[in-house]
Design a protein around this ligand. Structure first.
Ligand code: ATP
Length: 214
């Protein structure tokens, strides 16, 4: 809860093509660190800044649901998949906030994604709807902050509970140098991806012949 007794909801978006332990460990750590009341993992339909995904939206959702099956308190948020088209985060947040007006939203993004933030559609308006928590990622250093971002930076997570939106925070998580790109290339090269992602997701990939070619 925030200081007004409102729910604090974490939104962790991505392609999840496929979901892996870099995502899952991050989710465990931020849920605990920010004492989230709810955590939603949100596969995009089409990332505006990335090439199309390799697996279909339905397969990415299925893999995500398998991966979080034991985490009964986590949700797979499918609003971007249902909306289709380019998954502009600002539009997603406006939509979510319409239903969650009394909640504080914290959007989690990795450092690599954050370094592209100023290319996102109407990126400054994200802060009208949510706080942004940037997750460290091995080998990725932050770009210099412009004045808009520097003015929003807070150094204590508790600050995110004093307002419902508008602040920026950097959060260190256990560094796991795992990427979906590497996992896809292992599958296409008959490599072994075990322990980079859950066995249930590996079984799904094999059963559905995903990522056979690069
Ligand atoms: P790809 O290799 O296909 O670009 P990815 O592994 O970066 O994919 P995404 O689904 O694009 O995975 O990531 C979703 C979010 O999770 C992004 O904000 C990304 O920065 C973050 N993320 C991905 N992998 C890690 C990791 N190993 N540690 C911390 N954050 C991560």
């Amino acid at each position: 809860m925030d200081i007004s007794g409102n729910k604090v909801i974490g939104i962790y978006g991505g392609s999840f093509d496929p979901i892996h332990y870099g995502h899952l460990r991050t989710a465990v750590e931020v849920e605990a660190f920010f004492a989230l009341d709810e955590l939603r993992l949100m596969p995009c339909y089409q990332s505006p800044l990335k090439q199309g995904t390799r697996a279909s939206a339905a397969d990415r959702v299925a893999m995500l649901q398998l991966a979080i099956a034991a985490q009964t308190d986590w949700l797979c948020e499918t609003c971007e998949i249902e909306r289709q088209g380019s998954s502009y985060m600002v539009e997603t947040l406006a939509m979510l906030k319409a239903d969650l007006a009394n909640s504080t939203l914290i959007v989690f993004i990795g450092m690599d994604a954050f370094n592209q933030l100023t290319h996102w559609y109407r990126w400054q308006q994200l802060f009208n709807y949510a706080h942004l928590a940037v997750i460290t990622r091995p080998g990725v250093v932050p770009n210099n902050l412009d004045d808009f971002l520097a003015n929003r930076l807070v150094s204590h997570a508790a600050a995110l509970r004093t307002t419902t939106a508008g602040q920026l925070f950097f959060q260190t998580v256990t560094p796991l140098d795992i990427s979906a790109t590497h996992i896809r290339s292992l599958f296409s090269n008959h490599g072994n991806a075990r322990f980079l992602l859950p066995d249930s997701v590996i079984a799904y990939i094999n059963a559905h012949n995903l990522y056979r070619t690069i």
